[in-house]
Write a protein that binds this ligand. Structure first.
Ligand code: F6R
Length: 608
């Protein structure tokens, strides 16, 4: 959802900004731009398309200066055109980049037009830069003019502002959209994500909601929303920088799929012993576990699918009611909260606007406590939740989530067992489940060994326009996730149904052009699922079955069979996810789509 970078240094900042944008491209990639302040004024380049298009402009006409701001866009207001690309200007001396949405931009635009301001773009952003320009007429100090302007904005923003006669500072601010300060030696930076600055620093300050920051070469001064100077701690980034490298792989997505055995181990590490779940992983306050009587899970997209699996686990293992809801629905309805309900959010990024809004609402509703299962330790979600369980997947760059999803499931399994233990799960059963979890990384590796076979299967999808995914029980959310992955990166329309629902409508879609992907677990639903497959076969549907060999489906005619390792049923949703990720990946490669940055999407959805 747009990424911003800003820099002030004693050297030319153009390269720093362009590299930062490339690293932020996962947040939006329909257009980009840079504004650089040098002693002659503020100059800029903007380009439609990926950051490479902007680099090409710099190659023809380099810009040189020691203060700059930059932006990669994911269009919300106005098409991806050069005129709508950031930075936006008021006059030719004041430039601004923005991530977020200004909800009251229409009345503000009318007010500014009445004052004679001319708008050159269709964006909501342009009102901010004109408002600052207007504020400067009565308050010549840039910092104060920005502070005054921010009080007029409704919505979410992270901004960076440069002005041509300000050669020793630039201003940035955040409210509702992420922004981190990178602290260097005689140079300082801001960005939407610390990954964007790892080439220049590993020291970061995470801004709080409402913070405004003045950056000079030697100092970072942070003001809270009351204008009071605040000291915020510096954190040192401790991920392996190589995590942002594709290594031997052609795409980040494939690298991230292959990292799963390792990151699932990292997620389990320190959270289970030989026999038990270690409740200390929830922090010192793990006492909340025994008080839980209900669980509400709220999340979006892929994370929501992980929550759907957890509902089966929590109700089955702990016997407690669990509801799962997409955050964009939850946040706009009146919610009834039963006594002693745990509010559990799931988010890979920890910056998803709807999930954050749901958390903020939940905090007012009398929940027992709030727990975030998240991949980004420094994220807003983690900082605003009472309790956190990190998924430890490392940075995920591919827009389509893979390792972040399976580690969410792993963390949810740990949580479900921990809750179940407080609700009468026997020590014997706990030990059995923990043993199963310990073998999970090895089974995920086994599942990856089907890669070459799946690549061949994927060729048969190249000309398909639709696909239907079927599953029962925990395999239903995995079918939903498989269909989401396929549509996201290959643009094939895909739907998922609980297999038992087939005859209630979707069977009408089945003919020889419709591939049906069936996830067949080896449990007491096996025979029922086999009947559903017969219903499809009888109508000429093309069946792709993912199952273990003992299901005996590998010898059936008219079935394209992909073997999935036979595992304890609790692990099935995680292990079955792997071949579906590989299938979507290979289909996308055959179709020649942009695997890591599929059209219209962004990695971190920081707008509603
Ligand atoms: C799909 C995908 C999205 C995200 C969703 C929520 O591959 O990644 O559906 O799951 O946008 O994002 P997070 O998990 O960061 O809250």
């Amino acid at each position: 959802m747009c990424g911003i970078v800003g820099a002030i240094a004693r050297r030319n900042v153009a390269k720093i900004l362009l590299e930062g944008l490339s690293r932020l491209e996962y947040r939006g990639y329909d257009s980009s731009g840079v504004a650089i302040n040098n002693l002659d004024g503020v100059s800029s380049h903007r380009a439609v398309g990926k950051v490479q298009a902007l680099r090409d402009k710099f190659a023809v006409e380099p810009l040189d200066g020691k203060i700059g701001i930059a932006h990669t866009r994911w269009a919300t207001h106005g098409k991806p055109t050069e005129a709508n690309a950031h930075p936006h200007f008021s006059g030719d001396d004041l430039a601004l980049v923005h991530n977020g949405i200004i909800e009251n931009h229409e009345p503000l635009r009318r007010e500014l037009k009445a004052k004679g301001y001319e708008f050159k773009s269709e964006t909501d952003t342009e009102v901010i830069v004109h408002l600052i320009h207007d504020a400067l007429k009565t308050e010549p100090d840039l910092l104060k003019a920005v502070q005054n302007t921010l009080t007029k904005l409704h919505g979410a923003f992270a901004i960076g502002v440069v002005k041509n006669d300000e050669n020793d500072r630039f201003i940035a601010a955040r409210k509702g959209s992420p922004l981190v300060v990178g602290v260097g030696i005689e140079e300082n930076f801001v960005a939407s994500d610390q990954l964007a600055l790892l080439h220049v620093t590993d020291q970061f300050i995470f801004l709080e909601e409402g913070d405004v920051v003045e950056l000079t070469r030697d100092q970072v001064t942070i003001f809270d929303d009351n204008g009071e100077v605040q000291e915020r701690p510096i954190s040192v980034f401790n991920h392996n920088v190589d995590a942002t490298d594709k290594g031997e792989f052609r795409h980040y997505m494939m690298k991230e799929i292959y990292e799963q055995p390792k990151v699932i181990s990292a997620c389990l590490d320190g959270r289970i012993s030989e026999t038990k779940v270690l409740t200390s992983c929830f922090g010192a306050e793990s006492g909340f576990l025994k008080d839980i009587e209900n669980v509400h899970i709220v999340a979006c997209g892929t994370s929501y699918h992980a929550g759907m699996v957890a509902k089966y686990w929590i109700e089955d293992l702990a016997g407690l009611p669990c509801s799962v809801e997409v955050a964009s629905e939850y946040r706009y309805r009146k919610v009834a909260v039963p006594k002693n309900t745990l509010f559990l959010t799931l988010s890979q990024s920890g910056e998803t606007a709807d999930t954050l809004a749901a958390l903020r609402m939940a905090k007012e509703l009398g929940y027992l406590t709030t727990l975030a299962i998240c991949n980004v330790p420094s994220s807003t979600l983690v900082r605003e939740s009472a309790l956190t369980l990190l998924t430890n997947a490392g940075p995920e760059i591919g827009v389509a989530s893979t390792k972040a999803f399976t580690t969410q499931l792993t963390a949810l399994l740990i949580t479900s067992v921990a809750i179940a233990v407080e609700n009468g799960l026997s020590a014997e059963k706990e030990q059995e489940l923990v043993q199963a979890m310990r073998s999970l990384p090895a089974y995920v590796s086994d599942a990856l060994s089907q890669d070459a076979h799946i690549k061949v299967v994927a060729d048969r999808f190249a000309n398909k326009h639709n696909a239907l995914f079927l599953g029962r029980g925990t395999m239903f959310p995995i079918a939903l996730e498989g269909s989401l992955k396929l549509k996201e990166i290959s643009y094939i329309h895909a739907e998922a149904y609980p297999a038992g629902e087939l005859k209630h409508g979707p069977l009408a879609l089945v003919d020889e052009d419709m591939p049906i992907i069936a996830l067949v677990p080896h449990n007491d639903m096996l025979d029922k699922l086999k009947s559903n497959l017969q219903e499809v076969a009888a109508r000429g549907g093309e069946l792709y079955v993912f199952a273990d060999k003992d299901t005996d489906l590998n010898n059936e005619e008219n079935i394209t069979f992909t073997e999935v390792p036979k595992v304890d049923s609790i692990l099935e949703p995680i292990v079955h996810t792997i071949p579906l990720q590989l299938l979507s990946y290979h289909v996308a490669v055959v179709k020649g789509t942009d695997v890591d940055q599929p059209r219209n999407l962004a990695k971190s959805v920081t707008v509603e």
